[in-house]
Design a binder for this molecule. Sequence first.
Ligand code: PLP
Length: 397
Amino acid sequence: MSAFSTSALSDLYATRAKTLASAQIWPEHEGDLISLAYGFAAPELFPTDDLLSATVEVLAEDAAEALNYGPTYPGLVQFVVDRLRAQGTPAEADNVLISYGSSQVLALLPQVFIDPGDVVIVEGPTFMGAVRHFALAGARLITVNVDDEGLDIDALETTLRDLAKRGQRPKFIYTIPTFHNPSGTLMPLERRCRLATLAKEYGVLVVEDDAYGDLYFENPPPPRLSALDHEGWVVQVGTFSKILAPGLRMGWACGNRDIIQRLASFKLEGSSGPFLTRMVERYCADGRLERHIADLRAAYRARRDLMLAAIAREWPPDVHVAKPEGGFFVWARLPQGLSATALLAEAEKHGVTFVPGTHFYADGQGDDAFRLSFSFVPPAHIADGIARIGAAFRTLG
Ligand SMILES: Cc1ncc(COP(=O)(O)O)c(C=O)c1O
């Protein structure tokens, strides 16, 4: 296309488009660089043959419905409902909305709940892919930090109390209680119960992002917040991305039916794909998904173990690294005086990359920590990548 200068366009852009920086980072061919940055699924673990046979079956048996305009396949809604119920969340079909990835729910939530200036409480660190949607809708973000056991509930209670004194009621608290991105933390049951109680007491919704909840390596995690809440204060956001394949773009919201209806009314394209919803249901049926998840747990656990063993060998002992009990990430906290951005610059010279902590805070914190992902890097490169970061530590002294 013939190019005209971008300045000719600049007056046309909406204010939000002028200020929003591109957030997507996709892996490029990076030569010898070992990337521990991407929180992607391991491509070699995709159940490609089974997905292919599910596709063939849907097209052979149900092409007229699958390939036309039409509603989300109710069979997939029922599959998600049954799975949620088996996990203790008391869902019915009208409590569930199937979406294009959980990202779509995270984009719909502010449409339903946020007017400019409304308060939303987010974790620090957190998954900024969600928080950017809230910010774009004009939310006033208040950060409550995460410690080794997830969201600091004492600090949350203080924040809620202070806001209430000023007559301010936050719209929701966005939290990732189980195998947090990026910190890898797991919120214990006692904190979960307190969070559910606080939500009720202050009349604040909790958005529970459960992207990694099924990927535990040792013991199953405590009950989801959505299973502890009996009054509808929790909206669970879930996804097939981590347990099946992100390219399918298939996720869900589960919550109070009035909220689900409102989210659905902002999902202006209507259904989530007659073909894909059938194909995913066909794949998941007969226990295939659960068997696949068991394989994923073993494969990701082995990668986590490789990474932690290499860290113990190669890094200075005063770098704080907690052992994640599930999920995709290892979160490293630096000793005082070291900067993650400076470490990254040095590490890239040694041929390895990761994401500095500043990418995971809405309020500018984070240069004292960084995130490593063990999900996407080929296992054979993990020890080398960690050793290269060890060399970067030594250069920085
Ligand atoms: C915590 C968290 N929530 C949501 C998502 C988005 O997932 P989806 O592929 O379902 O849009 C991610 C993806 O990395 C994530 O880490």
